[in-house]
Design a protein around this ligand. Structure first.
Ligand code: BTN
Length: 238
């Protein structure tokens, strides 16, 4: 959907847009629908599993969408699907989703998503590499950006609009759950399917799909396992 009315809170610098958005929710201040916290510069970005998130001023889109819904895994997966749709609208093809919510190109990460719940609602933090061409040595083999993929420069504000519209629209359309269509789209795009998956240090199996609660389904020698949280290492993807 285009021209959705967004309420963008535009900050110059912040530690983490997720922290800012969570504090807003907790303050109880009434928030208009489709509120997005956007920072030009994020100094202490957080990733999943207590990792940090690398970002560069003007080169990384750092934003957090606020939704009036309790935190649930389906929101995390739908957000990835929404970001994927937005990137397709911007002409970026051949992207996949690494469960639960990384957007990847080949075996490199383009976008990471950190969803966090509060009693008042959920924050969907999106970090999208736009114009970075040189990543720090520890992530340079695992990260990519829109500029590296297309040789073009991207305006954070323009990309923010398209991504926010797609994510908010998809969450509304699906009522925050993995509908049959959304699940089918996700399964088609999921880069883990048919690949070997490693988890819990020594467990391994072949991923067969995602169920409607958002779990990863893995066939092992003992049968089918459902993986609902934690890190999964997929052979062939960073
Ligand atoms: C991950 O890949 O582990 C998730 C990365 C999420 C990064 C974004 S940037 C905007 C928002 N604010 C944060 O502190 N984190 C998210």
């Amino acid at each position: 959907m285009s021209n959705k009315k967004l309420n963008v809170i535009h900050l110059n610098t912040v530690d983490s847009t997720n922290n800012y958005a969570k504090a807003l929710l907790k303050s109880g201040e009434p928030l208009p629908a489709c509120t997005v916290v956007y920072a030009e510069c994020q100094t202490s970005g957080k990733g999943r599993l207590s990792r940090s998130w690398y970002s560069e001023e003007k080169n990384t889109l750092c934003m957090s969408l606020i939704i009036p819904c309790v935190h649930k895994p389906q929101v995390t997966l739908l957000s990835a699907l929404g970001v994927h749709k937005a990137l397709l609208k911007l002409g970026i093809e051949n992207l996949r989703i690494k469960w639960p919510n990384d957007i990847i190109s080949g075996n490199k990460k383009l976008c990471g998503i950190l969803t966090e719940g509060t009693e008042q609602g959920t924050v969907i933090g999106i970090g999208l590499n736009l114009n970075t061409t040189l990543f720090p040595s520890d992530i340079k083999d695992k990260a990519t950006s829109l500029k590296l993929l297309t040789a073009r420069d991207y305006s954070p504000e323009d990309v923010l609009r398209v991504v926010s519209e797609e994510v908010f629209s998809l969450l509304e359309e699906t009522d925050y759950s993995l509908t049959e269509n959304a699940l089918s789209d996700y399964n088609i795009l999921c880069g883990n399917i048919d690949k070997e998956v490693l988890w819990d240090k020594d467990k391994k199996g072949i991923c067969t799909g995602i169920d409607k609660e958002g779990n990863l389904l893995v066939t092992t020698q003992e049968g089918t396992e459902k993986i609902s949280f934690g890190e999964v290492t997929v052979t062939g993807i960073y």
